[in-house]
Design a protein around this ligand. Sequence first.
Ligand code: GLN
Length: 428
Amino acid sequence: MRSPIPDYLAEACGAVEPDGSGAPADYIPELAAADPERLGVAFAMVDGAVYAAGDVDQAFSIQSISKPFAYALALADRGFGAVLDRIGVEPSGEAFNEISLEPGTGRPLNPMINAGAIATHALTGTERMGPGARLQRVIEGLSAFAGRTLETDESVYTSEMAHAHRNFAIAHMLRTHDILTEDPETVVEGYTRQCSVLVTVRDLAVMAATLANNGVHPVSGQRVVPGPVVRQVLSVMSTCGMYDAAGDWATQVGIPAKSGVAGGLIGSLPGQVGIATFSPRLDSHGNSVRGVSLFERLSSDMGLHLMEVPAPARAVVRGTRVVGTGAAAGRVVELQGAIRFAGAERFVREIVSIAPSERGVALELTHVHSIDDVARRMLLEVVRRLTLDGHEVYLVDPEAVVPDPDPGDGGRVVTVHTVEEFVHRRGG
Ligand code: GLN
């Protein structure tokens, strides 16, 4: 059988293809020369599977889509404090190249507008790095997100530099406020080279998937940035990634995203998929017209809106049963899926309402594939309270989803591999 997913993507491309509205960016002459008919889309799943349709191997410059990745590198390299001192996280509601800084501090409002992105570039790498080494760090970092060595496009770079007056103005303002401490023009050069990195739709989908996969490259398994950095980056993408169209995007599409003036657009849906589109004609916000339409379509067809999530909680308690007989009878409570706060609450409520009369209680975790920190603590607190109530508590946990369980004061728990082992140990 052939997978229906690439066919669906081709169909989605076909549906938006006739839309000829908008125009390629013209403030960078080299971009104005792009073939406006190009159109491509790709899905990269968090386990590395990639589906694509249209012009997916066409290279174009990453432009502003480099911003969230450079922000991730800066956070990873310098730590949150150093970066947040200089760049805010508030949506500006303004155009990407607005010359606006926070009154008083001179901090750019967020790292997705040019002011914040220029400041971000200077915060990548170590403090003592020269401009060459810093650019190298950024290109290597972007390459690590993509899983292959990326290169810059000198003609796009030269073309943008010849018209980069606004970015120079912004950088000089940043220098005035000591947000930049080095030569502002050199920083703009580095930032502009960062924007000229060549990518394909396929690369962008994989880069977005690395974010969706909590910072671990889906194919190589390499950790590119730490988990807390990803949380910060996706949060900022979801509030500021689409500039002055961020509110429309959040309601219509609901996927943390970032656009670039060369016509690229990425979306990163945590735990599920990285998505990328390419189509050079832009709307008045500087976002790709057909890219935005494609995302609206994909989000609604595939149910990808971040606020539309199933209720995994209800399914966490798969069932409960009594095993063994007589004094050896034990209660098994079987859990499943990915357990977080709401799922753990269901489990706690279930145990409270069952109030097991059997002495032995087994919490079966065989079909649990992940349990976050708070859910683990709640589960262990249940173990502790059951022990204090006189129960003998077992975890059936063959895959060690709760390694080294420590239920704390007065709690006791024995880990076994199977329910049979639980029955056996209790003399059944
Ligand atoms: N290099 C571009 C600029 O600074 C990036 C802007 C964008 O993609 N929105 O103007």
